[in-house]
Design a protein around this ligand. Structure first.
Ligand code: ATP
Length: 611
């Protein structure tokens, strides 16, 4: 079967269908700005109205914060200096109103941003999934499912984080800061200058931390992907894990990745928090300088204590938003790494091109002809080398040959999972490269060795063969596939959830469900990769009967592992090193005592033929 090729190096513009770099080693753009711009244009623009409402609410929060600082002047001057009794009432009333309005505005923008954020996650995940569906089979051979799951999940939350960080920082924090600075400047311009001069210093020092964060985040993501993969593999391969007693090995792999994540997360936390002591120190210095200056001017006269307290309140309130803004670049860089990994997937051009306007394949008999076909999964490594063969309409053509000779590849190419490098595959006189992909795939029913059942009921699994099939049609297909009896034996019959059955379905039963799905599809061409799994003879007989029902009257190309199929096939093609080395009926080929006779003897241990 297919080998997994190593991940190709990342390129700025990945070729169609060519997957992107390993999650462990993403390369970031020199600057994050192109990505931010793109996010704003792509996702941000769609929610511009929501963001504007959130921004307006943030403006209210900022104004209320500044108003609270402003009121401090009157609190001190009117109540404490002038001992004005009436001021107590209107000032406390004003404070309550300010905080109620601020509370509701904060709640409003938080809910608004959360909803937009959740929408963005949903949209981004759907977009990435759509892009995956538009890729050819080759794309999936080069990326593990753990890597894809990790990237799509982490990437979508990172995208939301980037936009929310931008909204809250640019919106709430900047607006609050500006409003408070206005309060400070109005109260005392000279004092404001002292406080504000320290800000650029903080921004300059924080710059250095950004680089470090960008280095560590990919390691955290790679670790997360490793955790997902280790989990998936253990669950999927649980029987092998148990049988070969691989529990310690699996645990070791899991622990390795879990530690990787822990270590990277700790380092991110360390780096991301590094601006905190710095901004605290600078904040402390600013407050101390202001106390020195203001204390001096209040004592010497000229400034009222109210102005001083109002100023210091504004300064202290400005501290938190300023600190968040100082950290913004670091937090943003961390979130952007995840976004970049997701966009690397979204940006891969669709691997399967099916330009509109191509004619639909018209199947009359279903004659398949390989005409001098050359094909390789990688350049300069041909798997099929000028292969020519014909599968006659309504007949069964069996493909036999040594492992790795290209049998699965032949079946893959009929469905155009990959385009051929040279030569043509022709169905009823039409080159499959020139017909619409949908019509080609509609004409083929593929039954693979690994009978994959989807989440859902047994009935739904059969119904995947043809959308909209009635219950009667589903049951008729199941009957033809000799599956009806065992399905009706389940307590809920066709409505039994596949998941509920767990491992209760035998290999033969799974195959018969897959065959029923193909029968329901009622396609003129059957592509069959016969199961090699040893079935007991009763089960094998049932599967064989099911297959006979499926193959009757249709062109069948079968990768044959069973003696029965080979013996009764209308034509047998011996594939060797990417060519058809011999072809004919079983008896003819045996009599010729060539490659087939040898292969047959080895496979079925016929000492007479071997000798
Ligand atoms: N997705 C892929 N990428 C790269 N090489 C591949 C891929 N799939 C198959 N190959 C290679 O192509 C060759 C033919 O593989 P193929 O699966 O067609 O052989 P096969 O005759 O079906 O073998 P088997 O009987 O063992 O299933 C092998 O060398 C295999 O390693």
């Amino acid at each position: 079967m297919h080998a997994t090729s190593p991940t190709p190096p990342q390129s700025a513009n990945p070729a169609p269908g060519k997957p992107v770099a390993n999650a462990g080693k993403p390369k970031l753009d020199a600057s994050s700005w192109p990505l931010i711009r793109r996010l704003l244009l792509d996702q941000g623009r769609q929610h511009v109205r929501g963001y504007l409402v959130a921004l307006a609410l943030m403006g209210v929060v900022a104004a209320m914060t500044a108003l609270a600082a402003w009121l401090m002047r009157d609190v001190i001057n009117r109540i404490f200096v002038e001992a004005n009794y009436a001021a107590i009432w209107w000032l406390s009333g004003a404070v309550i109103v300010i905080f109620v309005v601020k509370g509701f505005a904060s709640w409003g923008h938080a809910v608004m941003l959360a909803h937009i954020g959740n929408r963005i996650i949903a949209e981004t995940q759907t977009r990435a999934f759509d892009r995956l569906l538009s890729q050819g089979v080759g794309f999936f051979a080069d990326l593990t499912s753990g890597e894809l799951v990790g990237r799509i999940q982490k990437g979508a939350t990172s995208t939301r984080d980037v936009l929310n960080l931008l909204a809250t920082s640019i919106g709430r924090d900047t607006l609050t800061l500006v409003a408070l600075i206005v309060v400070m400047v109005v109260q005392d311009p000279a004092m404001s200058l002292i406080a504000l001069v320290l800000m650029p210093i903080a921004a300059f020092v924080v710059k250095g931390f950004v680089k470090r964060v960008k280095k560590v985040v990919p390691r955290e993501i790679a670790g997360t992907v490793g955790v997902v993969s280790a989990l998936q593999e253990t669950v999927q391969g649980i029987r092998v894990v148990k049988s070969f007693r691989l529990e310690p090995l699996m645990r070791q792999r899991m622990v390795h990745h879990v530690h990787e994540v822990e270590e990277a997360a700790n380092r991110i936390a360390n780096v991301a928090s590094r601006p905190v002591p710095l901004s605290d120190t600078l904040g402390g210095i600013a407050v101390a300088l202001v106390i020195m200056y203001a204390g001096h001017s209040v004592i010497k006269g000229g400034q009222t204590p109210g102005e001083f307290f109002s100023f210091i309140t504004a300064l202290l309130l400005a501290y938190e938003p300023a600190r968040r803004l100082a950290k913004l670049n670091v937090d943003l860089s961390a979130a952007l790494v995840g976004t970049k990994l997701l966009f690397d997937i979204i940006d891969v051009a669709p691997g399967e091109s099916d330009p509109p306007g191509r004619p639909a394949l018209e199947v009359k008999g279903g004659r398949i002809e390989f005409d001098n076909v050359t094909f390789g999964y990688r350049p300069d490594e041909p798997v099929l080398r000028g292969l020519s063969m014909v599968a006659e309409p309504g007949r069964t053509t069996a493909l036999v040959g040594p492992s790795g000779s290209g049998k699965t590849t032949i079946v893959n190419l009929v469905q155009r999972f990959w385009p051929v490098d040279a030569g043509r595959i022709v169905i009823d006189g039409q080159d499959i490269a020139a017909v619409s992909l949908g019509s080609l795939r509609d004409a083929c029913a593929f039954v693979s060795q690994d009978t994959f059942l989807f989440a859902g009921t047994v009935g739904e699994n059969i119904a995947f063969g043809r959308r909209g099939a009635s219950q009667a049609e589903i049951e008729a297909a199941a009957k033809a596939a000799h599956a009806h009896d065992f399905i009706t034996g389940f307590p809920k019959g066709y409505d039994t959830q596949v998941g509920e059955l767990g491992t209760q379905l035998s290999g033969g039963q799974r195959q018969r469900i897959a065959i029923a799905r193909a029968i329901l599809k009622d396609a003129p061409i059957i592509l069959l990769d016969e199961a090699t799994a040893a079935l007991d003879s009763e089960s094998e007989r049932e599967v064989q009967r099911a297959l006979e029902g499926l193959m009757r009257g249709r062109t069948t190309l079968v990768i044959a592992h069973r003696l029965q199929t080979i013996v009764s096939a209308d034509r047998i093609c011996v594939v060797e090193a990417g060519r058809v080395a011999e072809a004919g009926r079983h008896a003819e080929l045996l009599a010729a005592k060539g490659k087939y006779a040898h292969l047959y003897a080895i496979q079925f241990r016929d000492p007479q033929t071997l000798s």
